[in-house]
Design a protein around this ligand. Structure first.
Ligand SMILES: Nc1nc2c(c(=O)[nH]1)N[C@H]1C(S)=C(S)[C@@H](COP(=O)(O)OP(=O)(O)OC[C@H]3O[C@@H](n4cnc5c(=O)[nH]c(N)nc54)[C@H](O)[C@@H]3O)O[C@H]1N2
Ligand SMILES: Nc1nc2c(c(=O)[nH]1)N[C@H]1C(S)=C(S)[C@@H](COP(=O)(O)OP(=O)(O)OC[C@H]3O[C@@H](n4cnc5c(=O)[nH]c(N)nc54)[C@H](O)[C@@H]3O)O[C@H]1N2
Ligand code: SF4
Ligand SMILES: [Mo]
Length: 842
């Protein structure tokens, strides 16, 4: 346990014995369940504690992005409850709150499905027949089988992958520790393929500041209108919901664009029930109105975007000054390198300042006198115009965009997105009358055309110029990185093999080939993730991935769907049983996550598990530093020192806000991280998220367009059989599959449900509360029907991530397509058609 002083009490935590009597346990909440009453009582108890109680500083580390700070109340080495804990450094308002999940941790830690000791499968995979083994037996078997596989098939045949189960910096999603070991044995890293399409659509226009960036939510109140596109903040970012209420109270209008009347939409000033997968058409049509009515921000377009750049008709590239005979300049610049930690999809941005040489070959623009000059030299560049370059026609990027936009007149776009033409005009006027913030969720990200929806949205910001100042911005909520951590720690070597997207894995496993060459993968190590529940197309996953593996090892603290198919299961420690710091959060704080109890049963922290692997496989000194020393290596970087952030003072202050002065606003002063420093809504060199040699249509990727998604539209190839679009929502009482077996929350939310419009239900003879079978060619699933007029006719919505054993039959992810867009390489969770019928089988 930590000996660190508590800033509140001035006592060491070990001796932090509160003297206050327990005033709790007496609060009755009328009309609620016993659970709510019990939890409300705990909440009221807050920071009060009994004589015997020790309180530790914890962080709720699941992937809801809240990373709420909490008190971990420990009595007799047992976590007895959790309660909210005050943030010390967040400067922009009060954010000390936790939700029912945050309040019910003890039921996860001590739940009946906790993996307590190592186990070996004895029956068929998935049969649930196990034998308990010792750690020694488990480690011997793992190291021997890995060794054999490496000898027979090559080092790359051992693969490892993780999910999003732990926001810790050294034990979780951004941790470099796993790479230390797995790079040493030259294993293949499989990267999960989610939350990436909208990021790609935005980052290819503004550059990469981290995966998901937007104005700090405390800045929402400074916008005239907050547009929320495809996010359900009351449920999926509940820690941010109060910022929206506060903004509404001070006059900000809320517009929610969502096919479903979500809780958030119900609170909106305007709800726009867009047809699924058509956000790009709506945004492009709003831009049509802006262009058509001459409302666009021309000075911004000229100065801060690629609008005046000339584009060559032969290559699709910008006409450069070198084309016109001007020598490129070579300059040295200081740059913060921002890159995603190699093991992370949460983009914990990593950065050290370094000197880079840059060749500057300016794009050419037409100055007001018609001459072609470098973009930075033009006095007043033209937005419209053509230029003849040795017989090659060049047009401004703006003209090309406008030509694209002209396909989306409100009446035409209305046919696509099902938003009335006059509403599109009204939305365009609201979006011009700023400042506005457009907060994108992961709604449109979940179809194969998701890159273009985000590309269209950020292009709208180029037309309005509303980005990079208080109250103005477009981006994705809600995970925010704290930059400056060091993703490379002692002992880490470079990866020998490329990181492979999880979406490529079925094909690689089926064919044994990657990029045309032999690439057998025979063993997979999964930690902090539950892909059999959360990845698309479960039956394909089981057949092609699991079915072709010789050896599957899973480390988890809960007995999940994925654990169920493992050959060896390792018991992982819970977050409160290991020390860490969280650096990716909604709050942009580094938050100290203290170890409150020893790992329960025979569980071990992931890092200790790696240490044991390293030792068994002949590298006893590989992970020889202590956790504390690794923590210091990751945090104590020059860039963070400049901000006064060190590992020691994170422990001392518990949380440190990354941006000390004021609410963080990305792209301040319109400084973008593209080559030109401008918003490049015309993408000169489109690239793919993961290159497996897949083909894509380069011409389509230069500018945002609407095109049909893979499946979820009327008239798609599946339409003859299946007529309902299947959407999911973030479960209010779970974070993905975590909390699934939390008995107290199951009392509130006992079984899988699917919401549908009463009209669709009537057509199928389905009554409210009856069991239905949801099916398509990929699989099926049984759930209770909930009839709800807030669901668009033609759509169905289910709260995601129930475990297989919680369904009467099937599971949600069986129904999901594994088709992906070659550019975004992102799982398309909503791009599905299904049918629903009455289920009579009990
Ligand atoms: N409680 C809880 N919170 C979570 C999580 C959780 O599991 N549980 N998971 C976390 C994670 S990892 C993530 S990535 C985030 C996701 O955060 P959100 O994206 O806010 O989560 P969803 O509930 O999927 O909300 C997507 C919304 O998009 C709408 N939608 C569907 N299709 C379209 C479309 O074509 N256009 C538009 N405009 N809207 C559409 C859906 O109806 C839904 O309301 O949530 C995080 N927060
Ligand atoms: N239908 C549908 N499916 C979706 C989505 C959707 O919108 N619809 N959204 C997708 C998205 S955006 C996401 S991010 C994914 C999330 O998918 P996952 O990342 O698989 O999410 P979880 O279910 O939270 O799984 C995390 C697991 O890690 C375990 N765990 C937690 N901490 C630790 C630890 O310290 N060590 C170890 N070894 N294990 C630990 C937990 O017990 C849990 O089993 O789901 C995706 N799936
Ligand atoms: S689940 Fe999310 S909102 Fe709830 S306490 Fe944990 S981090 Fe906070
Ligand atoms: Mo996610």
């Amino acid at each position: 346990m930590s000996e660190t002083k508590s800033p509140h009490a001035g006592l060491t935590r070990r001796s932090f014995l509160k003297t206050t009597g327990l005033a709790a346990g007496t609060v009755a909440v009328a009309g609620t369940t016993p659970t709510l009453q019990a939890l409300a009582a705990d909440y009221e108890a807050g920071q009060k504690a009994t004589d015997e109680e020790q309180i530790f500083c914890g962080v709720c580390r699941g992937n809801c992005s809240g990373t709420c700070k909490l008190n971990i109340h420990v009595r007799d080495n047992k976590v007895v409850k959790t309660s909210k804990r005050k943030f010390n450094s967040y400067p922009n308002g009060e954010i000390d709150r936790i939700c029912l999940r945050g309040l019910s941790h003890p039921y996860n830690i001590y739940g009946p499905n906790r993996v307590q000791y190592p186990m070996r499968r004895v029956g068929e995979r998935g049969s649930g027949e196990w034998e308990r083994i010792s750690w020694d037996e488990a480690l011997n078997e793992i190291s021997e089988r890995w060794q054999k596989i490496r000898e027979e098939y090559g080092d790359q045949a051992i693969a490892y992958t993780r999910g999003s189960g732990n926001m810790g910096t050294i034990s979780g999603v951004a941790s470099p520790m796993f790479n230390v070991f797995f790079n040493k044995i030259n294993a293949t890293q499989i990267k999960i393929a989610r939350d990436q399409a909208n990021t790609r659509g935005i980052n290819r226009v503004v550059g990469n500041l981290g995966d998901w960036v937007l104005n700090d939510p405390s800045d929402f109140k400074n916008s005239k209108t907050l547009f929320v596109w495809g996010a359900n903040i009351t449920d999926a970012q509940m820690h941010d919901w109060h910022f929206i209420v506060e903004a509404q109270e001070t006059g900000t209008k809320l517009v929610v664009i969502d096919p479903v009347l979500t809780q958030l939409a119900a609170k909106a000033d305007k709800w726009v029930p867009v047809r699924p997968a058509t956000d790009a058409a709506l945004a492009l049509s709003m831009m049509y109105v802006m262009v058509n009515e001459d409302l666009v921000n021309k000075p911004f377009l000229k100065q801060h975007t690629c609008a005046p750049f000339l584009v060559r008709s032969d290559t699709g590239k910008f006409l450069r000054m070198s084309d016109l005979g001007v020598e490129p300049q070579v300059v040295e610049t200081q740059r913060d390198q921002v890159s995603s930690a190699s093991s992370s999809n949460k983009g914990a941005a990593v950065g050290q300042s370094s000197t880079v040489t840059k060749t500057i070959d300016q794009p050419a623009v037409l100055d007001s006198d018609g001459k072609a000059v470098g973009a930075d030299e033009a006095a007043d560049p033209l937005l419209n115009g053509t230029y003849d370059f040795n017989g090659i026609a060049c047009r401004t990027a703006y003209d090309l965009l406008v030509e694209d936009i002209m396909d989306y007149a409100p009446e035409a776009a209305s046919e696509i997105c099902d938003v009335p033409a006059d509403t599109i005009v009204e939305l365009a006027h609201m979006a011009i009358d700023g400042p506005c913030i457009h907060r994108l969720g992961w709604g449109s990200n979940s179809y194969t055309n998701g890159v273009h929806a985000a590309h269209a949205n950020i292009t709208m910001a180029a037309l309005t110029g509303q980005i990079g100042y208080s109250g103005a911005g477009t981006g994705i909520g809600d995970f925010k990185p704290c930059w400056g951590i060091n993703a490379l720690v002692k002992g880490m070597t470079a990866a020998k093999y490329p990181m492979i997207s999880a979406l490529f894995l079925p094909e690689i496993m089926r064919t044994g080939k990657y990029k045309g060459k032999d690439y057998p993968i025979k063993s997979l190590y999964i930690y902090s993730g539950n892909p059999i529940c959360n990845q698309v197309n479960t039956n394909e996953y089981l057949r092609d991935i699991v079915g072709n593996l010789d050896f599957l090892v899973v480390a988890d603290y809960t007995f999940t769907d994925t654990v169920k198919y493992a050959d060896i299961v390792l018991p992982a420690a819970h977050w409160f049983e290991q020390q860490d710091v969280v650096a990716i959060s909604a709050t942009q704080c580094f938050i100290y996550s203290e170890k409150a109890i020893e790992p329960l049963y025979e569980s071990k922290s992931d890092i200790d598990i790696l240490r044991l692997f390293a030792e068994k496989m002949g590298h006893p000194d590989l992970l020889s530093l202590t956790d504390d020393e690794y923590m210091a290596q990751v945090i104590d970087t020059p860039s963070l020192a400049k901000l006064g952030i060190t590992w020691e003072n994170i422990k001392e202050n518990e949380d440190m806000y990354w941006y000390p002065d004021k609410p963080w606003i990305p792209w301040e002063n319109a400084q973008f991280k593209t080559d030109s420093g401008r918003m490049e809504f015309y993408v000169e060199n489109p690239t793919v998220q993961f290159d497996m040699g897949q083909e894509f249509d380069v011409d389509r990727e230069h500018l945002p367009h609407y095109f049909d998604p893979a499946e979820a539209y009327e008239g798609s190839p599946e339409w003859s059989k299946y007529k309902l679009i299947l959407l999911s929502e973030r479960p209010r009482f779970r974070v993905h599959s975590m909390w699934s077996d939390n008995q107290y929350l199951r009392e509130l939310d006992p079984e899988p449900t699917i919401k549908m419009n009463p009209v669709d239900a009537r057509e199928r003879g389905i009554a409210d509360g009856s069991y239905v079978e949801v099916f398509n060619d990929r699989g099926h699933c049984v759930a209770k029907a909930v009839l709800n007029e807030g669901i668009r006719p033609g759509c169905t919505v289910y709260p995601k991530s129930w475990q297989q054993n919680q369904f009467k039959a099937g599971s949600w992810s069986e129904l999901l397509t594994s088709v992906y867009d070659p550019v975004g390489v992102n799982e398309s969770y909503f791009d599905n058609l299904v049918e629903v019928r009455v289920w009579n089988e009990g």
